[in-house]
Design a protein around this ligand. Structure first.
Ligand code: ADP
Ligand code: ZN
Length: 213
C-alpha cells in the first residue's frame, strides 16, 4: 500500500506517519526530514535547501523532485508513505511519472483538516529533539524533564527555526498559494479522502485506520 499524507504545516502528517510505520512495514519518506538531515550533514543538498527552509519558503521543484526520485528508485518494492511531498502541482505531475517508472501505483491520498488557529498553536508550541527527532509540545506534550528528551535522554529539545511565528505565517501562505491546488489534482483522480485532523494523535489514527480498512 502506497500513501500520500497531505495537509497544511502542523496538521500531523509526521505524527500519523510514525504511527503507521509502527504498525505496517512501510518506508516513511518525509522531504522535510530529508532536507533537515542534509542540512545537519552539510551536504550539497542541504546547502541548496537551507535558506528556503529557514525563511518558510518551498525548496525549488527541481531540487525536491530530484531528491524524491533518488529515494523512490531505491525502494525495491517496499511500500511507502509520502509526507510533505508533493507540495506543488509540478511535483504532483512529476510524481505520477516517477511512480509509473518504478511500477508502484498510488493507493490513497489522505488529507488532514485542522483549523488555522489550531495549526498556529500547534506549530508555535512544537519542540523537537535535535538528537533523535522526537516531537513535543510545550502545552500538550512537554518532555518529563524540561528541555530533555524522554526518548534519547539528550538535553537538546529545541524550537525549529521555521516554527517561529513570523515564519509560520509565511509557511501557511505558501500552503494556500502553492500546495492547496495539489488537493484538486488528487480529488479529480478519485484517490482522495479528507479526514478531521483535530483531537489526539490516537483519535486521528483511528480515523486513518478506518480509511485504510
Ligand atoms: P511542515 O509540513 O510542518 O511545513 P516539513 O518538515 O514537512 O514541515 O517541511 C519543512 C520545510 O521543508 C518546508 O517549509 C519547505 O521549506 C521544505 N520542504 C519540505 N517538503 C517540501 C516540498 N515537497 N517541496 C518544497 N519544499 C519542501
Ligand atoms: Zn531525543
Amino acid at each position: 500500500m502506497n500513501l500520500i499524507l497531505f495537509g497544511a504545516p502542523g496538521v500531523g502528517k509526521g505524527t500519523q506517519s510514525a504511527l503507521l510505520v509502527e504498525k505496517l512495514d512501510m518506508r516513511h519518506i518525509s522531504t522535510g526530514d530529508l532536507f533537515r538531515n542534509a542540512i545537519k550533514n552539510e551536504t550539497e543538498l542541504g546547502k541548496k535547501a537551507k535558506e528556503f527552509m529557514d525563511a518558510g519558503n518551498l525548496v525549488p521543484d527541481e531540487v525536491t523532485i530530484g531528491l524524491v526520485e533518488e529515494v523512490l528508485k531505491n525502494l525495491n518494492g517496499q511500500s511507502f508513505i509520502l509526507d510533505g511531498f508533493p507540495r506543488t502541482t509540478a511535483q504532483a505531475d512529476a510524481l505520477d511519472g516517477l511512480l509509473e517508472k518504478i511500477g508502484a501505483p498510488l493507493d490513497r491520498v489522505i488529507s488532514f483538516q485542522v483549523p488555522e488557529s489550531e495549526l498556529v498553536s500547534r506549530l508555535t508550541g512544537r519542540r523537537v529533539c535535535k538528537g533523535c527527532g522526537a516531537v513535543y509540545h510545550i502545552a500538550s506534550k512537554p518532555p518529563q524533564q524540561d528541555g530533555v528528551c524522554d526518548v534519547c535522554g539528550k538535553a537538546e529539545v529545541v524550537q525549529r527555526k521555521d516554527d517561529q511565528e513570523d515564519v509560520i505565517k509565511v509557511r501557511l501562505e505558501n500552503y494556500e498559494n502553492s500546495t492547496r491546488p495539489v488537493k484538486e489534482f488528487y480529488q479529480n483522480k478519485g484517490q482522495f479522502t479528507e479526514i478531521d485532523g483535530t483531537g489526539s494523535a490516537d483519535e486521528v489514527f483511528e480515523r486513518v485506520q478506518k480509511v485504510l480498512g
